[in-house]
Ligand binder design. Structure first.
Ligand code: JBU
Length: 339
């Protein structure tokens, strides 16, 4: 007789939150089917900058309302039973803090570490907040700080990719959001991660420094040979001269006849990437790496990692979203089953 060990197909109506460093997304779902997605460029970074979580709390309340209205419009009778959230929104810069779980951890451990909150100013529904994961010693020391790291949000995506079979039982994923984070998975559990502020650093250099006059606002949607050439030159400049000097070269390039703002942004991207890649190169050589992020950033990393001897593969953004949604729904179901 065969025993069916498959999890039952989820059917509940829910609101899900991915609360990141710079962006907050809310999905209304039936089971794992997304009915609507709402987003705003407000996140944990705003709480840090303002010294108050007010803007984030207000944004979350608005997004939950909008996602509910959109779901009810497309599925009459849709009614959320709860809100499930992960990411920086479960940090002290978010809605309420849930302590990190120690690595190694799997989806079941994540669900068991979740906490239910009642936050009436944000939603009338119970809110299940999932923890992030910490890697390294329980209490880090100054000397050992390089061996310590944390994540909030990326663990849900990676565990969702594992559940969906996109990630093998053992593997590496590189998440390319506000923070660039390398996540290692061993025997279906997250074991380590290494984080750089690559995304935020690029954003700040591009928008808040003198370089904002030298570069385009957005990366090109698709790269041509000229783009790749400038990316490569930025990578090299950073390796040889270090990030602060190579970043200034972006401005100096304005004096080069024929140089344009698109090429200079590609150069700057290469500068920031090289400074990140240095720390990871040995670990990645010969390894398959799943790239998770916006298409242009993934394309740039695909190029740099291939050149560094790794085997990168880009996961489509809709598959990353499906993995995130799947992990949040599964974790909430595990919590419900355990009650
Ligand atoms: O857990 C925390 O407190 C972090 O600062 C982790 C951060 O890097 C997020 O993972 C970004 O998504």
């Amino acid at each position: 007789m065969s025993v069916d060990t498959q999890a039952p197909v989820p059917t509940a109506d829910r609101l899900l939150i991915d609360g990141g460093t710079t962006t907050t997304r809310v999905w209304s779902v039936r089971g794992t089917r997304v009915l609507a997605e709402m987003r705003a460029t407000v996140g944990a970074r705003d709480t840090a900058r303002d010294g108050s979580p007010e803007a984030l709390h207000r944004t979350v309340a608005d997004l939950l309302g909008q996602a509910s209205a959109a779901a009810q419009e497309c599925v009459p009778g849709w009614r959320a039973q709860d809100v499930v959230a992960a990411g920086m929104i479960t940090s002290p810069l978010g809605l309420a803090e849930v302590p990190h779980l120690p690595a190694p951890a799997d989806l079941h451990a994540l669900a068991m570490g979740a906490r239910v909150f009642s936050l009436a100013h944000v939603s009338s529904l119970p809110m299940l907040l999932l923890p992030g994961i910490r890697c390294g010693p329980t209490v880090p020391t100054v000397d050992g700080i390089a061996d310590f790291d944390v994540m909030r949000g990326e663990e849900a995506v990676c565990l969702g990719l594992l559940e969906g079979g996109m990630l093998k039982d053992t593997g590496i994923a590189l998440s390319l959001g506000s923070h660039w984070k390398l996540v290692e998975i061993l025997d279906r559990r997250i074991t380590t991660c290494s984080t750089t502020m690559g995304g935020e650093l690029l954003h700040v250099l591009r928008t808040q420094t003198v370089l904002s006059a030298s570069v385009d606002n957005e990366l090109p949607a698709a790269f041509g040979t000229g783009d790749m050439d400038m990316l490569q030159r930025g990578l090299r400049a950073s390796e040889v001269h270090g990030l602060p000097r190579a970043a200034f070269m972006t401005r100096l390039l304005e004096r080069v006849p024929g140089s344009d703002s698109r090429g200079r942004l590609m150069f700057l991207l290469g500068v920031v990437m090289a400074a990140t890649l240095q720390a990871w190169e040995d670990q990645l050589k010969g390894r398959q790496v799943l790239l998770l992020g916006a298409r242009p950033i993934c394309d740039a990393w695909h190029f740099a990692l291939s050149a560094a001897g790794a085997e990168p593969r880009t996961v489509e953004p809709q598959e990353v979203t499906a993995a995130y949604v799947g992990a949040l729904v599964r974790a909430a179901d595990i919590v419900a089953e355990a009650r």
